[in-house]
Design a protein around this ligand. Structure first.
Ligand SMILES: Nc1nc2c(ncn2[C@@H]2O[C@H](COP(=O)(O)OP(=O)(O)OP(=O)(O)O)[C@@H](O)[C@H]2O)c(=O)[nH]1
Ligand SMILES: [K+]
Ligand SMILES: [Mg+2]
Length: 368
């Protein structure tokens, strides 16, 4: 492992020394490609060991979605978990109070959201300092990351944590790049684009793929703003996870109002004080919103739906998805669905499997 860490360090040094301009773009792109390849090796379990990612921090997933708390030591992660769930995670003034993952359940209007408190991480965590890498890797299992920041501390916290997450393949608040890429057995590299990309070209893609020992592939760039980094992510697709993130500044009780106002204006950001119980309800609403989930109320013929027991599905789900979430072969018995609510043209509307449901719709599924 030492060898890889050295190589990573060398590349990072070279990257930091190389001025960014049109002339060095190609060279920088290749260095980044190499870096991605080494980092991936670092995350793979050592040969012979049967350890997997995040070992020691695995907790069974439960409920409708998982949110993980990532942050430096003593920013208030455990304070937050203890405040919003019935689980008590130890809170103390000293760093590294929490030494393992602690799951709790947040109930939100009938939905159950698992919140996982984790040990604090520090700069370099992703490169295997202590158990830091395992902690950071645990974040890949989340539907939403809550990055907990300390309002009294410097502006570089967010950047350092983002880099640690990026190093394990996590991309925050970003959609998968719109680049079609398929490895072939023969035919060479075919590079095409719908609109000429501004930051990518045939030459750099060839060179990157050569370094990955890929000689036959189709590339179709569908986004003119796609970058070299985006293309590297697409080559490494299996190791990249796109996850939504909420940035949360805690301890706003300890800074000026002007500062609170400034922090609250940063994108995707919520401010709070666990100590004074400020902003917590807003944050819970934001967590729900960012999870992109909706609640449906299912009912049987002649009965009223149980409004305390919603069925939680992803936004943009169809009746087919709803059937699948009830039972694996439920679809085979499906005749039609009756839907009441904002997705229905009239109440109830008789719908097929392709109908898209909305939040708070009532659904009755009629079987054969
Ligand atoms: N002023 C202030 N202090 C807070 C707030 N929330 C938590 N703290 C204090 O910050 C300290 C650390 O809180 P923890 O909840 O243990 O922090 P943590 O992020 O879980 O820490 P580790 O597990 O060590 O990584 C404790 O002394 C808390 O009382 C807050 O909103 N304002
Ligand atoms: K602490
Ligand atoms: Mg803690």
């Amino acid at each position: 492992m030492g060898g890889i860490l050295e190589k990573i360090e060398q590349i990072q040094l070279e990257l930091s020394r190389t001025q960014k301009n049109k002339a060095t773009e190609y060279h920088i792109g290749l260095l980044k490609g190499k870096l991605a390849r080494y980092r991936q090796q670092l995350l793979e379990p050592a040969p012979g060991s049967n350890s997997s990612k995040g070992e020691g921090f695995e907790v069974a997933k439960s409920g409708d979605a998982r949110v993980v708390l990532i942050g430096f030591p003593s920013v208030g992660k455990s304070s937050f978990l203890s405040k919003i769930t019935k689980t008590k995670s130890e809170v103390a003034q000293y760093a590294f109070t929490t030494l393992t993952s602690v799951p709790g359940v947040l109930e939100y209007e009938g939905a159950e959201i698992q919140i996982v408190d984790l040990p604090g991480i520090i700069k370099g965590a992703s490169e295997g300092k202590g158990r830091g890498r395992q902690v950071v890797s645990t974040a890949t299992t989340a539907e939403l990351i809550m990055m907990v920041l300390d309002a009294t501390k410097g502006a570089d916290q967010k950047d350092i944590l983002t880099k640690e997450l990026e190093a394990v393949g996590i991309r925050l608040n970003k959609a998968k790049p719109n680049i079609h890429f398929k490895i072939r057995k023969s035919g060479g590299i075919k590079f095409n684009s719908t609109v000429p990309p501004k930051y990518l070209n045939e030459k750099i893609c060839y060179a990157l793929l050569k370094d990955y020992k890929i000689h036959n592939a189709d590339i179709l760039v569908r986004d003119e703003n796609a970058t070299i980094d985006d293309f590297i992510d697409i080559i490494n697709e299996k190791h990249i996870t796109y996850i939504n993130c909420i940035y949360v500044y805690n301890k706003i009780d300890a800074v000026s109002l002007e500062e609170v106002d400034r922090l609250a204006r940063e994108p995707d950001t919520v401010v709070m004080s666990c100590e004074l119980e400020l902003g917590i309800q807003d944050l819970i609403e934001e967590i729900w919103y960012k999870l992109n989930l909706i609640r449906l109320y299912t009912k049987r013929k002649g009965t009223l739906p149980d409004l305390n027991l919603p069925q939680v599905v992803r936004k943009d789900s169809t009746i087919e998805d709803v059937c699948d979430s009830i039972h694996r072969d439920f679809k085979s018995q499906f005749k039609y669905a009756l839907v009441w609510g904002s997705s229905a043209k009239h109440s109830p509307q008789k719908c097929g499997l392709a109908h898209k449901v909305h939040d708070q719709d009532v659904v009755q599924i009629v079987t054969k």
